[in-house]
Design a protein around this ligand. Sequence first.
Ligand SMILES: Cc1cc2nc3c(=O)[nH]c(=O)nc-3n(C[C@H](O)[C@H](O)[C@H](O)COP(=O)(O)OP(=O)(O)OC[C@H]3O[C@@H](n4cnc5c(N)ncnc54)[C@H](O)[C@@H]3O)c2cc1C
Length: 451
Amino acid sequence: MSETYDGIVVGAGPAGISSAIYCQQNGLNTLLLDSKPKTEIGDKVCGEAISKKTVHRVSEKLNIKPPTEGEINTNVEQLVLRTSLPVDHISLPAIGYMVDRYIYGQRLLSDAAEIGVKIQDNTKVVSAIVEDNSVKGLKIRNKHGKNENLYCSIVIDCSGILAAVRTSLPDDFEPLLNKELTKADYASCYREIIELEEDHNLDGKIVLQYEGDIPKPGYIWFFSDGKKKLNCGTGFIKTGKNKEKSVKTIYFKAMEKYYPKGTYKTLDGRGGTVPIRPPLWNAVAPGLIVAGDAAFHADPLTAEGHGPALLAGYYAAKISLKAIRNNNVSTESLWEYNKLIVKNFGNEHARYRILTIALDRLGVKNLEFLLKRKVIKKSDLTSELVTRKESILSLLGRAIRCFPRLHLILIVKKAMSLSKKVDILCESYPESPHIFSEWKDKIEKIYRKLE
Ligand SMILES: Cc1cc2nc3c(=O)[nH]c(=O)nc-3n(C[C@H](O)[C@H](O)[C@H](O)COP(=O)(O)OP(=O)(O)OC[C@H]3O[C@@H](n4cnc5c(N)ncnc54)[C@H](O)[C@@H]3O)c2cc1C
């Protein structure tokens, strides 16, 4: 008879590590599984820009070190949205680091091992075990290629975008949980880490460079990773007319304009996948919590998902602990997790999804026009947007500056008004699952209005 755990955490990415550390620190008999060998954990295709605020916040809660020397390549100070215009019209403070994702990921893994988390590598989760309408454990393929069943009180699915547990659930299990992963949910990316011959002069900046011929969300990123080093890449949703397009071809075409072949050395170049939609509005089911990319917790505008994954993993573990102590792992008992996610970053990500759709609808040329004429400003992209009431005078000013392309102001105004509606709905996130379907219909209707 195999051992029964309190919690099994699937995936040793940032979400899984923070979950497992919290569970272990609080006395739960915890198992952390990953399909990779230990030496490859943390090796993830990534932009490697992480937000200081979130990462420090979670590190403090878990009593672990935030990224330190040897893990940090350089500091990040600004997020810049750039078009072909010579001036940076939109640059927002973005305090954080460029990290070596592998070294940092390996250190997080050793933090978990040091406090006694049982780590089983080379172990692939095949599906959830559902009995009596609750997740009771996992079917796994172990390092010897043998199938095995593992049992526990709660599973925390932190398996990244493929969401191994969530997507394996039977259709009729917990109807409030979305078990799908569709092509519209994620962007396929190609990313390089390059070393230039000359300084790039982007110190402290992470730049989203909008280009007309890159499909939505429409940019190539250049993240300063040191004076001559850049982390660059692009990605898009491969649906409709973009289904057959090659991300790698589009990436190299865009690169030619800025850093032509021969002017740099490629240190690493690989494909990856990142969620690009609002978070799962419900990420719990009986015996299960979903966190990180598996619950679409990355920011849909910048793809920043490391900090949110760490935070979501921490909350997932905290709520699991409470539920296990109360001997009740029902959807209702785990519901508080959804509220924490929406309040802490889900609301902001939901607004950024509206912004990415609006930017796509405008197109780069119109975006340049709006920036040049100051019809849209920095504050339109920050949370000031939702707290501020715009006066008639200010609106009139925008309309005058937008002349003669007045139809553009309608797109901008619509996006602003829908952002506010999303924010208000997030503030009234349901207290219990009973009124969730009605609430979800309302929020999904808002997105349909823009798409
Ligand atoms: C191109 C690209 C650029 C990005 N840029 C940034 C950035 O600059 N800043 C930022 O903050 N974020 C960025 N992200 C997003 C960020 O990397 C993710 O949001 C974050 O890693 C999510 O963490 P996670 O723990 O949810 O999942 P992951 O880090 O993906 O970890 C999931 C783990 O689960 C394991 N696993 C998967 N399936 C199974 C299975 N069946 N059984 C057992 N184990 C399994 C995997 O091996 C992996 O170790 C980027 C992503 C991409 C693709």
